[in-house]
Design a protein around this ligand. Structure first.
Ligand code: ADP
Ligand code: ASP
Ligand code: MG
Length: 400
């Protein structure tokens, strides 16, 4: 059997944790299995690298950021290989260059295109544990790229797909996927399983336990994905295809505090305005999320949308350069709160119940958007944790 095991920052944060991970991997190896390990940078090292960079240059070139980021993961894999060797097991560390993890060229947000597996297979044939840097890739210019924050999960799933692994285990600091972030909602409950589609929505809507593109890839290639803790042996959460085993209408609540709302007031009410606006933003690679257009009055209309807080200032600048309007309002103190559940499409009244929970908590809703399996509201950021708990309680998600 071939197993890909990914360990996040907290799981390799210090010497004890590194040995803990080494021992867990060796246990698997000693059962006769091939083991590929993917690691993140130790602890909060990636954040520390950002602080260091910004101290030198508050607006560092993205290429150089990626060059810097790669140190973090490289440190983890080398130390892990040393630990395993010390424990008497042959292990080798490889970075994205040595494996050849080909990505698109976008620094800071590259996508994996192809992985050359030959080197990995050769090392596995020699009965070594192969330890690979997460998060990083190489583009057509032979430069390092990174996959976006939290991207090591995606490296792991992509490797599992490319190597036709029997399973991909994501080890983290919680023992599975919960009905809400357990740091925010104390009575959140661990889900024994969750479908790819639900997990993809949850991850995209802010449940940082998995990088959303890792779920996308797992779904596409049918990778058996398990989320579990590196600190205990509890059974984790299986992310899988297919039907819900549970009769739950809502599986989880997620929040994203990194949202911003941009309101463009007094645009001309004529054809092509939305196209011009969103095309200008798309040209600048700015992802737009919720969109609301007001009813036209006296020849004008308003368009409000949400984007990542990091893109809000760029968006405002682009709009002021390219559009005619009366005023522009950027609000960074907002957050998105969403409920997700495959059972929602066949049950009326789910959205109303969510709105009632917010009403009872006296929380105002600023925007609403829905899909077949989710409802998202935009609220003031200061109310996020209260909203999460109110909604979680309303749907009684803490009880099976
Ligand atoms: P790692 O460094 O191992 O990749 P992350 O910090 O990226 O770990 O992800 C784990 C964290 O995700 C947890 O500590 C938890 O606070 C957060 N999280 C958010 N939503 C959820 C959820 N629905 N279930 C479990 N954890 C969640
Ligand atoms: N070290 C990177 C980050 O902090 C990648 C990851 O942890 O998955 O975002
Ligand atoms: Mg993570």
């Amino acid at each position: 059997m071939l197993v890909v095991k990914k360990f996040g920052g907290t799981s390799v944060a210090n010497k004890e944790r590194i040995y803990n991970v080494a021992n867990r991997c060796i246990e698997e190896y000693k059962q006769g299995n091939d083991v590929v390990v993917v690691l993140s940078a130790m602890g909060k090292y990636t954040d520390e690298l950002i602080t260091m960079a910004k101290d030198i240059n508050e607006n560092p070139p993205k290429r150089e950021m990626d060059m810097l980021f790669t140190i973090g993961e490289q440190m983890s894999v080398a130390l892990m290989a040393m630990a395993m060797n010390k424990l008497g097991v042959p292990a080798i560390s490889l970075n994205a260059f040595q494996v050849a993890m080909h990505t698109t060229s976008v620094y800071g947000n590259a996508r994996l295109k192809r992985i050359d597996c030959e080197r990995i297979k050769n090392e596995l044939e020699q009965r070594k544990i192969v330890i690979i840097t997460g998060f990083q890739g190489v583009n057509k210019y032979d430069d390092y790229t990174t996959l976006g924050r939290g991207g090591s999960d995606t490296t792991a799933v992509a490797l599992a797909a490319a190597l036709h692994a029997d399973k991909c285990e994501i080890y983290t600091d919680v023992d599975g996927v919960y009905t809400a972030d357990p740091r925010i909602v104390k009575n959140a409950r661990k889900l024994p399983q969750v479908t790819y589609d639900e997990m993809l929505e949850l991850a995209t809507l802010g449940a940082g336990v998995l990088h959303n593109r890792s779920v996308e890839l797992a779904k596409k290639f049918g990778v058996k994905l398990v989320v579990r803790s590196s600190l205990n042996t509890n059974e984790g959460t299986i992310v899988r295809r297919g039907h819900k085993m549970e009769k739950m209408i809502v599986s989880g609540v997620a929040c994203d505090k990194d949202a911003a709302r941009v309101a463009v007031i007094g645009l001309k009410d004529e054809p092509g305005v939305a196209f011009k606006l969103f095309n200008a933003l798309a040209q600048a690679n700015i992802n737009i999320d919720m969109i609301l257009q007001s009813v036209g009055r006296q020849g004008t209309k308003d368009i409000t949308f949400t984007c990542s807080i990091n893109d809000a200032d760029d968006a405002a600048r682009i709009i002021s350069d390219s559009m005619d309007y009366e005023s522009l309002d950027v609000n960074k103190e907002v957050s998105k709160v969403s409920i997700v559940g495959a059972g929602m499409q066949s049950n009326a009244g789910v959205a109303a119940k969510m709105f009632e929970a917010l009403y009872n908590a006296n929380i105002n809703i600023r925007m609403i958007s829905t899909s077949e399996i989710r409802v998202t509201v935009l609220i003031d950021e200061k109310n996020t944790d209260r909203a999460m708990n109110a909604i979680h309680d309303k749907f009684d998600l803490g009880n099976e």
